[in-house]
Write a protein that binds this ligand. Structure first.
Ligand SMILES: [Fe+2]
Ligand SMILES: [Fe+2]
Length: 140
């Protein structure tokens, strides 16, 4: 039996994935300037990855008897390029912290599948954190 605590943190994860999927896609749309081209494509790619994360977590949550949330966390698109990427770095760092908690919690409850799914997602978020950090350095 999955605890309510684990189901809740899975929904918290979905709300976060929905948030960044929209946030990065709208940053991709609003991005402009000479420095922008490679970054613009990258933002679209990452936005799609985040939507797939939301799907994967929602499938798992539904299987475990929960109902996936439809509400994203507050979305921060930002105005300048620097503002956008600085925000994204924070959001990826928060995801990394949160997903480590999910893995720990799932393992404690003997739910190795959820732990496995989040290990894979965590790897993507660490990649994103790296990518955004490099982008911000290039913008200075
Ligand atoms: Fe994600
Ligand atoms: Fe991410």
């Amino acid at each position: 039996m999955t605890s309510k605590k684990l189901l809740d943190i899975l929904n918290e994860s979905i709300a976060r994935e929905l948030q960044v999927a929209i946030q990065y896609m709208w940053q991709h749309v609003q991005w402009s300037g000479v420095k922008g081209f490679a970054v613009q494509d990258e933002l679209e790619k990452i936005a799609i990855t985040e939507m797939k994360h939301a799907e994967k977590i929602a499938e798992r949550l539904f299987y475990l008897g929960g109902i996936p949330t439809t509400k994203p966390n507050p979305i921060n698109v930002g105005k300048s390029l620097k503002q956008m990427i600085a925000q994204d770095i924070k959001d990826e760092a928060n995801a990394i912290t949160l997903y480590k908690q999910v893995i720990e919690m799932a393992e404690k409850e003997g739910d190795t599948t959820t732990a496995f799914i989040f290990r894979e997602i965590l790897e993507d978020e660490e990649d994103h954190h790296d990518t955004f950090t490099t982008m911000l350095e290039d913008l200075r």
